[in-house]
Design a protein around this ligand. Sequence first.
Ligand SMILES: Cc1ncc(COP(=O)(O)O)c(C=O)c1O
Length: 235
Amino acid sequence: MNDTPIRPQPQPGIDKIAPYVPGRSDVPAGVKLVKLSANESPLGASPKAVEASRAMADKIHVYPEGSSRELRQALGEVHSIDPDRIVCGFGSDDLLHLLAQVYLGEGDQAVMSQYGFNVYPIITRGASAEIIMAPETDYCADVDALLAAVTPRTKVVFLANPNNPTGTYLSDAEVRRLHAGLRPDILFVLDNAYAEYVTADDFTVGIDLVDAAENVVMVRTFSKMGIAGERVGWI
Ligand SMILES: Cc1ncc(COP(=O)(O)O)c(C=O)c1O
């Protein structure tokens, strides 16, 4: 007799999710660590951000305005984007989960880089879709390998640019080559979480690509610039 109790079962992919393993922080004594992946900024938040947060302290009993109208307006002005095309979330993590939920399901595949951001496999499994990893070259995403990994079942391609944890990036030309090789029905999620740290001339964020194509989402966050605790991301 089978005495396993009947109980609610999660969606098929959930049990296959490997837990997120945060980066290690054990370094030799005397070495000062700046662990950007966990947002332990040695500088703390901008005093202006701290002041703005304090100014809102007596309003925390009220729900925030659901469509983030003011924030989208401000982001639109700073980045020259139509605010109607921006969606804000509770950190970009929230929005990545949402994208997976909306665009992936059982039988679908999501392509990602071998040492890419660890959340992409988690959200892919969470949507009961299949993870397809493309090998990297010198710990950098490899456009040819990513394109070779695409199949008729591919629904989404995730790319963190620059990448966490490797810190490598693809040039604007390489990102465009990757996008140009994707079918128009594949969603290209270009995660520029660390864009604010890049000074290289051959790097750009995905705004022009989003403008030019129907299948590109640019992911951004306020976390890496020092206000991770506020949980603000946008796409
Ligand atoms: C590449 C990348 N994308 C997205 C995120 C999510 O950040 P948040 O949810 O704080 O916006 C992280 C956080 O480590 C990241 O490294």
